[in-house]
Design a binder for this molecule. Structure first.
Ligand code: ZN
Length: 115
């Protein structure tokens, strides 16, 4: 997976303060968050993050969203979406979950809830 991260022009920042704040806000034991082309990690090592194919693909999708929209436009749109629909139903998160599952070869979300 590291190759793919490098090919996307992304870099990984471990023990990120930003990700630590996000962890606290989301009340999550571990967080990966993308700002521009940097994947900020907290509560998870780069090594363990890279082992999780779905997780990496999900964050790479966010990097693509930044590329498509531009840094500040994406942050603005993401914030508006989050305020309107919440974190989970935010369309950028929904897309990253769908693309992440596709790329990692997992079944679509709706089908797995019943298994
Ligand atoms: Zn996401």
């Amino acid at each position: 997976m590291h190759q793919k991260v490098m090919a996307a022009g992304a870099r990984i920042q471990e023990n990120s303060l930003l990700a630590r704040i996000a962890r606290w806000v989301l009340k999550s034991p571990n967080v990966a968050m993308v700002i521009g082309k940097t994947i900020h990690l907290s509560g998870v090592s780069k090594e363990d993050f890279l082992k999780d194919r779905y997780w990496v693909e999900h964050e790479l999708c966010h990097i693509q969203q930044y590329k498509d929209n531009g840094l500040f436009r994406f942050l603005g749109k993401y914030l508006i979406e989050s305020c309107r629909n919440g974190y989970y139903n935010n369309k950028f998160e929904a897309e990253a979950r769908r693309v992440g599952r596709e790329q990692a070869g997992l079944a679509p979300e709706s089908k797995t809830t019943r298994s």
